[in-house]
Design a protein around this ligand. Structure first.
Ligand code: ZN
Ligand code: ZN
Length: 430
């Protein structure tokens, strides 16, 4: 019996040639936006010591409790595939003493993350995030900048109609009192809560505010508001963040029940959502984490960051742009075609010379007919074709044809690159 064909792992997927241009468009938009705002790229390993996420992401989070891929490594150590980007960036920051080189850093990263979740549309076990971490400043204007950058990446990529939701969840000074208020509010209504919420009540009561369960939502609507429990420092910070956002001119809304699922957030939290995604509608999440660097063994450095989910962003874009052809995988300037087998190595030489002169070019490697080669030229959106037959071989020329005008001419190979550049510059025929 034939063996079963090996498949990719459940919850992972291949990004095939037809899909990669839209990924590149998102990544390019991100790099451009980061570049303009002076963020530096940082790349960290995909696996780390497990303790980094237990301490950093937080022991009581869903991620650490049930979603991590953890493997034994050596005696009694374990390693974990990174479920999020912030703890590794902070770990690298501390390990390499970046704060000693300069006090304030703006960093960004892109890469694969791993969580053992139930796979569904737009949500994979290996997924991709584009994130920023601005480390070393308490300025509320920085909160606004970071939110503005996330929004700029999405707009520049081409996603429309997203919503920016912002909240302030307080600090270690004012949050305990708010937690107590929530706990007694929910304890009185415990019987009506979902099982998740019942078990989260002691370890992470803030999460009850953003439970998706309908009954929980109705109860949470009546719950104490964080705004009524902020200390003076948090209230002032929140006010300045809001006016920073107004200066940026981004559209945003206050979302008093937004808490995010991570332990390390202080003060500002935000989320960018998209209606096209249904119930789990976040394309980006982030916030301020003023204590994380210190908690992971570094100096006290207030920080703020975000992560955009690439899969969710692309899914929202697809839902909005149904029927729009995706960008072509490859486009070239010249397709060099052979009329007979003798011309093939000549074509190979022409192509390599064009490429050396920074002109994109391709040829046939399957020994196909001229007609089939012209189909390839069309598929590649070639602006020119250069056909080589017996005459051209003898004269050291090609028959160059500009596809948009239909113009054609015999051109010596030595002049080919210049002729192509010239006609592109003039925007005229050959
Ligand atoms: Zn506070
Ligand atoms: Zn619930």
């Amino acid at each position: 019996m034939a063996e079963k064909q090996i498949q990719c792992i459940y919850g992972t997927r291949d990004i095939l040639p037809g899909e990669s241009p839209i990924w590149r468009r998102l990544e390019t938009a991100a790099r451009n936006v980061f570049q303009r705002a002076a963020y530096c790229e940082i790349r960290t390993p995909v696996f780390e010591n497990t303790v980094l996420f237990v301490k950093g992401t937080g022991e009581n989070t869903d991620i650490v409790q049930k979603e991590m891929y953890t493997f034994p490594s050596g005696e009694d150590a374990t390693v974990t595939l990174r479920p999020e980007g912030t703890p590794p960036v902070v770990r690298a920051f501390i390990q390499h003493d970046l704060h000693k080189k300069q006090g304030f850093w703006k960093l960004y990263y892109m890469g694969a993350m791993f969580r053992r979740e139930r796979p569904q549309k737009g949500r994979q076990r290996q997924f991709h995030q584009i994130g920023a971490e601005a480390i070393g400043s308490p300025s509320p204007l920085l909160d606004a900048e970071v939110i503005g950058i996330a929004a700029s990446i999405l707009s520049e990529f081409g996603l429309a109609e997203f919503k920016i939701k912002v909240n302030c969840i307080g600090c270690p000074a004012c949050r305990p009192a708010f937690r107590d208020a929530l706990r007694s509010f929910f304890a009185a209504r415990k019987d009506s809560l979902c099982d998740d919420c019942k078990s989260r009540m002691d370890r992470n009561v803030l999460r009850l505010l953003d439970c998706k369960n309908r009954a929980c939502k109705t109860i949470a609507d009546e719950a104490p508001k964080v705004a009524d429990h902020l200390c003076a420092g948090c209230a002032a910070h929140y006010a300045s963040t809001r006016s920073g956002l107004d200066i940026l001119g981004v559209e945003w809304m206050e979302s008093p029940r937004l808490v995010r699922g991570l332990d390390y957030y202080t003060r500002t939290v935000f989320e960018i959502t998209h209606e096209a995604l249904g119930a789990r509608d976040a394309v980006c999440g982030g916030g301020r984490y003023d204590n994380l660097v210190e908690e992971l063994g570094g100096p006290p450095l207030p920080s703020v960051g975000f992560a955009i989910g690439a899969e969710a962003t692309l899914l929202a874009w697809e839902e909005l742009n149904k029927g729009t052809p995706s960008p072509p995988e490859q486009e070239i300037e010249v397709y060099v075609a052979a009329l007979n087998d003798e011309a093939r190595s000549f074509c190979f030489r022409v192509v390599s010379e064009l490429r050396r002169k920074d002109i994109s070019a391709d040829l046939d490697y399957e020994g196909r007919s001229l007609k089939a080669q012209m189909r390839s030229a069309n598929r590649l959106n070639a602006a020119f074709t250069a056909v080589v037959g017996e005459t051209e071989l003898q004269n050291g020329t090609v028959n160059l044809k500009q596809m948009s005008t239909g113009d054609s001419a015999q051109v010596p190979v030595a002049e080919l690159a210049d002729r192509i550049r010239e006609s592109q510059l003039k925007g005229a025929g050959i």
